[in-house]
Design a protein around this ligand. Structure first.
Ligand SMILES: [Cu+2]
Length: 116
């Protein structure tokens, strides 16, 4: 009885601390993020991987589908390789776009929303 209770405690601990790793590719399929919409949980680590011949950014937006940078929001540098990561905090949803000239207007936007 005592042993199974300890096991349950361990199980609960593992369940509550297992943050997921969300992978999003940048520019792999044109001016897009793949996936463009991702479900996340608080504590998850989101990693965008840049792999394109042209440079892009991951820049948090002020509004859904918007091309304006949110002051104090997450923002990567302009790059064509490497990664940018952000750990989910707050209630969301979070919207982001590519700040390279013309890319956001061409539809290069993404969103993160909390999984129910
Ligand atoms: Cu871009």
């Amino acid at each position: 009885m005592q042993r199974s209770f300890a096991f349950l405690l361990v199980l609960a601990f593992v369940t509550f601390t297992s943050a997921a790793h969300i992978a999003i590719s940048v520019g792999k399929n044109g001016l897009t993020y793949t996936p463009a919409q991702a479900k996340v949980r608080v504590g998850d680590k989101v990693t965008w991987t840049f792999a394109d011949t042209v440079a892009h950014t991951v820049t948090q937006s002020t509004a859904k589908g918007g091309c304006k940078r949110l002051a104090g929001g997450f923002a990567s540098t302009t790059r064509s390789n490497g990664t940018f990561s952000w750990v989910v905090k707050g209630a969301g949803p979070w919207y982001y776009h590519c700040a390279v000239r013309g890319h956001c207007a061409a539809g290069m936007v993404g969103s993160l929303t909390l999984a129910k």
